[in-house]
Design a protein around this ligand. Structure first.
Ligand code: ZN
Length: 282
């Protein structure tokens, strides 16, 4: 990737957790030069302590991001990472040689294999992902099952397929539902067959014959009963018992959930602690 634009790969900030598909998803958090194996902290106390500052990928420090975007004002309006086609892939134009913000970057980002997939996280949804990101994207979204539907040569085509299927299935995850338990299983192979009919004719050639369904389980001891989302802007110090991890959410005691990904760029300290045994204390 062109290194000119980076997103919050800074050492002392929260970043989305890295994931690895195993019996349950393995999560690691990389902060202050230390790799935390988060699964080991389930059942233990964790603490996130925000400094009050955030830092944009360009290096600018602030008290808050512009429009909660994860970017400073300048990057929000000028960086290709924050352009319209990032959120609406059907608006991509690099394959036609048309620049949105930086054609060189956009060509590298957009003219590469992309997948359209179906996933079941809170019910069925359609989504797109870059070639190498497949399973990582599903784990980040907290999907329990997923199947690839098509492989296309650029981002624009994946956006076109997604738009054609959005009429029938959701394209966003209902995160409250995703965090409230495991979704009912869906026959994704059947869904793929039914939805493939609605792929635009000229793009049908990209539908994949492989019908492998990926099943994903998460390390969760207890799901929240009544979800309360906590954010560092309101609670600069968040601590409690970690009860599980799903998607990019830490599930804490008192039905609290903390979205690590939406706090990327927050300069914070992270620590964990064994819970003191009552018997030892008294
Ligand atoms: Zn910036």
């Amino acid at each position: 990737m062109i290194e000119k634009y980076k997103k919050n790969m800074l050492r002392d900030t929260l970043k989305k957790m890295d994931t690895e598909l195993n019996d349950v998803v393995n999560y690691t958090l990389d902060i202050h030069g230390k790799i935390h194996f988060m699964n080991d902290y389930i059942g233990k106390q964790i603490k996130i302590d925000w400094s009050g500052e955030v830092i944009c990928g360009c290096g600018k420090k602030m008290n808050s991001f512009y429009r909660n975007s994860g970017y400073c004002y300048k990057c929000y309006w000028e960086s290709p990472l924050a352009s319209q086609s990032i959120f609406k892939p059907e608006l991509c134009t690099a394959h036609l040689g048309i620049e949105e913000r930086d054609l060189e970057w956009e060509k590298e980002f957009q003219i590469a294999p992309h997948y359209v997939y179906l996933a079941n996280s809170s019910g069925i949804k359609v989504g797109i992902t870059r070639g190498t990101q497949g399973v990582i994207r599903w784990m980040d979204q907290g999907a329990s099952q997923a199947i690839l539907l098509a492989e296309v040569p650029n981002r624009k085509f994946s956006g076109d397929i997604e738009v054609s299927l959005k009429r029938f299935v959701a394209d966003v995850t209902n995160w409250r539902k995703m965090l409230s338990g495991e979704p009912d299983p869906v026959d994704l192979i059947k869904m793929k067959e039914e939805l493939s009919v609605h792929v635009p004719e000229e793009l049908k050639q990209y539908i994949l014959l492989d019908n492998t369904v990926t099943e994903i389980r998460y390390p969760v001891n207890k799901y929240p009963a009544k979800i309360k989302s906590v954010k560092l802007d309101k609670f600069p110090v968040i601590e409690g018992t970690l009860l599980g991890i799903k998607g990019q959410y830490l599930l804490l005691d008192e039905d609290r959930v903390f979205n690590v990904r939406s706090h990327e760029g927050y300069i914070a300290k992270f620590s964990h602690q064994e819970i003191a045994q009552q018997g030892v204390l008294f």
